[in-house]
Write a protein that binds this ligand. Structure first.
Ligand code: NAD
Length: 255
């Protein structure tokens, strides 16, 4: 059975939703969740084949979906995608600023290249995408922007000077934009996942991951769907009074 796009009982029925970094991990799970909730999904990621595969998976569950090969650090590519989506759909209802990378190293060993690349993707990329969609959201008087922070953006983490700075920064963006854009009908929130089983963890030693799991009261890593479910809630009208929030989704690891 396919999902009926017009079914108003779907929480995200016909909401035009751009999801960055949607080809794998949390972004892909979010694209599929949004698709299942009736959204019109726009997949954004860096590799054509992976974008096409994600779009096909969204379409396979009955959603309207399209894909764009965009590096969020490249402003012209971001603007090109936003203009194309507006030309095609006439509006953008939701932006999920999910794309993010790690390049870990202790402070004394971190190279400027590692520092700059993580700042570029995780901070400048979020700024590019949010700025690119905001005029149209303000014009329509509504919209939702969701930003991927991390528990590392609340508590810091060994070996993640660059990443922690960006994830703290994303919380700063969220609080600032919620103040600036709230009066214009746009809600801005951040999600701070704990440790989620995606390829981003592949560079972490097994022992470190096991220690993480022991610190989580629920005694498991999070799954991408755990985060996708929260994005779907925050994007929906059920979260109509949630603005400027940083929602930690970590199985209670920081309690
Ligand atoms: P992932 O590495 O599995 O997926 C990230 C996706 O972003 C990839 O498809 C990648 O191609 C894409 N991407 C990378 N650079 C890009 C760029 N310049 N432009 C466009 N797309 C780009 O990562 P994930 O674990 O799914 O993480 C998604 C987000 O959640 C990230 O922002 C990450 O920091 C955050 N997060 C993840 C965890 C975790 O434990 N997995 C925890 C906290 C926060």
């Amino acid at each position: 059975m396919t999902t009926s796009l017009a079914n108003p009982s779907h929480r995200l029925a016909n909401k035009v939703s751009i999801i960055t970094g949607a080809a794998q991990g949390i972004g892909l799970a979010t694209a599929l969740k949004f698709a299942a909730e009736g959204a019109i999904v726009v997949v954004c990621d860096v590799k054509q084949a992976a974008v096409d595969a994600a779009v096909a998976q969204c379409q396979a569950i009955g959603a309207q979906a399209s894909g764009y090969v965009v590096d969020v650090t490249q402003r012209a590519m971001v603007d090109g995608m936003v203009q194309a989506v507006l030309a095609h759909h006439g509006r953008i209802d939701v932006l999920v600023n999910n794309a993010g990378i790690t390049q870990d190293s202790r402070l004394q060993k971190m190279t400027l290249e590692q520092f700059d690349r993580v700042i570029d993707v995780n901070l400048r990329g979020v700024f590019h995408c949010a700025q690119a969609v905001t005029d149209s959201m303000v014009a329509q008087g509504r919209g939702v922007i969701l930003n991927a922070s991390s528990v590392v953006g609340i508590y810091g983490n060994f070996g993640q000077t660059n990443y922690a700075a960006t994830k703290f920064g994303v919380i700063g963006f969220t609080k600032t934009w919620s103040r600036e854009l709230g009066p214009k009908g746009i809600r801005v929130n951040a999600v701070a996942p704990g440790f989620i089983a995606t390829p981003i963890l592949s560079t972490m030693p097994e022992k470190v991951i096991e220690d993480m799991v022991q610190r989580v009261p629920l005694k498991r890593l999070g799954m991408p769907q755990d985060i996708a479910n929260v994005y779907a809630f925050l994007a929906s009208d059920e979260a109509a009074y949630v603005n400027g929030a940083v929602l930690e989704v970590s199985g209670g690891m920081t309690v």
